[in-house]
Ligand binder design. Sequence first.
Ligand SMILES: [Zn+2]
Length: 258
Amino acid sequence: MSHLSNDYVERYSRHLLLKEIGGPGQKKLAAARIALVGAGGLGAPALLYLAAAGIGFIRVIDPDRVSLSNLQRQVIYRTADIGAEKAQISAEAARALNPTLMIEAHASALDDSNAADLLGDCDLVLDGSDTFATRHVVNAAAHRLGKILVSGAVGRWDGQIATFASGRALPRGEERSPCYQCLVPEIPEEAEFCARDGVVGALTGVIGTLMALEAIKLVTGAGESLIGRVMFLNALSMETHIARLRPDPECPVCLTPD
Ligand SMILES: [Zn+2]
């Protein structure tokens, strides 16, 4: 380790001590490129933990500006940030936490026209966006580009996280992964939106942090990822359960022959 600086060893010492990460895993984190869609309740805590973990490159994509009602849960922002672009402010906060991080801020919405540009050069996509329309665009692009997608969602007292690898080339014999649209085939009529239905702030931190944890595991290869599974958390009962997901044989995204 003599070639590594003292600062590097000290900053990442708690990772370097873990047999599942260690020096090789920390190098993988430094080489990783992650696209983060949404810098709100889910994306903001995910971003802080990814920056702290030593991820090499992060692209933050969020068209919104900080509003007063965001501050109940989006703890990366300060009261003085109201009115400023979330992509810009969250990128500055992440850079202040870890100056070795290369970070790009995109204050525009992800759509079909820019998805390939914004996601194509990243290894992993984290989606914490707040509309089903964006989620379906992100999913279709991740599938097309062969990127693994970590998707989190919250509403009221419920949270969930799942990982999809539908576009990834499969080793022989491995079961095909479903995609996000297999789980959410169409935009639910009774879709919950936190602006209308509310959400407990700390729960967004829990699910956003789980998204960062999932990314760290996927990058380093530690343990078992949630690929093909979805984890639910009800914060009122503190009960979690994990369900296995199957590809939807009618899914227009992941079963369309190319
Ligand atoms: Zn699908």
